[in-house]
Design a protein around this ligand. Structure first.
Ligand code: PLP
Length: 406
C-alpha cells in the first residue's frame, strides 16, 4: 500500500466495488448476512454487531493512518475498532485494560467526560484513579510509584489548556512501571501526531471531532498494535456492542478523505488567531502550542507536524468578559464540541467541563475555548476582534492596554 498519509486516507478500505466498479464502496446497512449452509459465510460476514463491511473499511483506514511512518511489521499488526462515540470507545478500552482493584493515572486536565467515566462509573466497580500534571516528570513518577496505576491516560495537546507532554518520554516511564500508556489523540489526529509510533500502547479517539470533521456524526475509535489488548477489545466490541453504525462509519470515512488538508488549514488559521489574540489588550493569556512562549512548544514542534486548530484564552475582564465574549461572536458559534470545518466558541467552565467544577480538573472561569474552523481567516479575525471590543459592562477598563499606556 502507498505510504503517505493523504493517499492512505483516501484509498485504504476504499477500493472500487468489485461487483459494480463504484468508486465509492457501497454503504452496507444490512443487519444480517445470508449463509450458504450453516456457517457458510460469504466474505466472513454474519451479523452486523459482530462485523460490517462499511465499519471494517473505516477500521482498516484508521489503523493505516495511525501507523504511517512506522516499521512495516508494527504497521501490519495495528488494528482499529470503531465505536458509537468516543466515550463508548473509552469505556470498552478501560474494561479491557482494568479489573476491580485497578488504578488509572490521568492528566489533571483530562477531558471532562473521561474524568466522569472514570470517577463516576468505573469507581463503582472498584477502579481507583489519581490525577497529576503529566508534563511534570517528577510528579508523574511519584504518582506512578504511589498509586501503582496500571493505566496512564494522556491527552496531548490537552483539553482545554493545550498542555503538551512528550509522548516518547512518558511511554518510557510508563513501561518502567509496567503501565499501559493510552493517548487520547482527538485534538491532534493522526494527521499531526501518531502516538503509537512514539511508543504509546493504545490510541483512543473521539472521531466526532476532527476525524469526522463536519459536526454531523458521533463516533469513537481504539487503535493499537498490541495483540493482547486488541484481542480483548475485539471481544468486548462484540460482547458489549457499542459499535459504530454503518452510516456513521460511512460519514466518518468521507470526512477522513480531507483530514490532512483540513488539519493544515485549521493549524494555519489557529496560529494567526493565537498571535493576534496574544497581542490583544482584553486577553490575559493565550494557550496555543504554536506560540513559542507556550509551555511545551518545542516538544509539540518535535512530535507534531502542525499545532492544530484548538486554542484557549483567558480574559483580563474575568468571568463577565468571558461570558460576554462567547455570546458576542457571529461566525464562531457558541456550542460544545470541536473539530468541525466551522468555527465554534465555548465556555468550558459551564459547558464541556461543568462535570469537573470543584474537582482538581476544574478550569478557570475566565477561560474561553476556540475551535478554529477553516473559514477565511480574515473573517475569523474580524469576528473575534469585534466580539472582544463589543464589551458592554466596561471590563475593557481593566485591560492590559489601559495599564500599559496609562
Ligand atoms: C469529545 C471528546 C471525547 C469524547 O468523545 P464523544 O465522541 O463525545 O463521546 C473524548 N476525548 C476528547 C479529547 C474529546 O474532545
Amino acid at each position: 500500500m502507498t505510504e503517505h498519509f493523504a493517499t492512505r486516507a483516501i484509498h485504504v478500505g476504499q477500493q472500487p466495488d468489485s461487483a459494480t466498479g463504484a468508486v465509492i464502496p457501497p454503504l452496507h446497512l444490512a443487519s444480517t448476512f445470508a449463509q450458504d449452509g450453516v456457517g457458510g459465510l460469504r466474505g466472513g460476514y454474519e451479523y452486523g454487531r459482530t462485523a460490517n463491511p462499511t465499519r471494517d473499511a473505516l477500521q482498516e483506514n484508521l489503523a493505516a493512518l495511525e501507523s504511517v511512518g512506522w516499521t512495516a511489521s508494527s504497521a501490519a499488526s495495528t488494528r482499529a475498532f470503531s465505536f458509537a462515540s468516543g466515550l463508548a470507545a473509552e469505556d470498552t478500552l478501560l474494561r479491557a485494560l482494568l479489573k476491580p482493584g485497578g488504578h488509572v493515572l490521568l492528566g489533571n486536565d483530562a477531558y471532562g467526560g473521561t474524568y466522569r467515566l472514570i470517577n463516576g462509573v468505573f469507581a463503582q466497580w472498584g477502579v481507583g484513579h489519581t490525577t497529576v500534571d503529566l508534563a511534570d516528570i517528577t510528579a508523574t513518577r511519584a504518582a506512578l510509584a504511589a498509586s501503582r496505576a496500571s493505566v496512564v491516560w494522556l491527552e496531548t495537546p490537552s483539553n482545554p489548556l493545550l498542555r503538551i507532554v512528550d509522548i516518547s518520554t512518558l511511554s518510557a516511564i510508563a513501561r518502567e512501571y509496567g503501565a499501559t500508556l493510552v493517548v487520547d489523540n482527538t485534538f491532534a489526529t493522526p494527521a499531526l501526531q501518531r502516538p503509537l509510533t512514539l511508543g504509546a500502547d493504545v490510541v483512543v479517539h473521539s472521531t466526532t471531532k476532527y476525524i469526522g470533521g463536519h459536526s454531523d456524526v458521533i463516533g469513537g475509535a481504539i487503535v493499537t498494535a498490541n495483540h493482547e489488548i486488541a484481542d480483548k477489545v475485539a471481544f468486548l466490541h462484540n460482547a458489549v456492542g457499542a459499535i459504530a453504525a454503518p452510516f456513521d462509519s460511512y460519514l466518518t470515512l468521507r470526512g477522513i478523505k480531507t483530514l490532512e488538508l483540513r488539519m493544515m488549514q485549521h493549524s494555519a488559521n489557529a496560529q494567526i488567531l493565537a498571535e493576534a489574540l496574544d497581542a490583544h489588550p482584553a486577553v490575559d493569556r493565550v494557550f496555543y502550542p504554536g506560540l513559542p512562549a507556550h509551555r511545551g512548544h518545542e516538544i509539540a514542534a518535535e512530535q507534531m507536524s502542525g499545532f492544530g486548530g484548538m486554542l484557549s484564552l483567558t480574559l483580563t475582564g474575568g468571568v463577565v468578559a468571558a461570558r460576554e465574549f462567547v455570546a458576542a461572536t457571529r461566525i464562531f458559534t457558541l456550542a460544545e464540541s470541536l473539530g468541525g470545518v466551522e468555527s465554534l466558541i465555548s465556555y468550558p467552565h459551564a459547558m464541556t467541563h461543568a462535570s469537573v467544577v470543584g474537582t482538581p480538573l476544574a478550569v478557570p472561569d475566565n477561560l474561553v475555548r476556540l475551535s478554529v474552523g477553516i473559514e477565511n481567516v480574515t473573517d475569523l479575525l474580524d469576528d473575534v476582534t469585534a466580539a472582544l471590543t463589543r464589551g458592554r459592562t466596561g471590563w475593557m477598563a481593566g485591560s492590559k492596554r489601559t495599564s500599559v499606556s496609562g
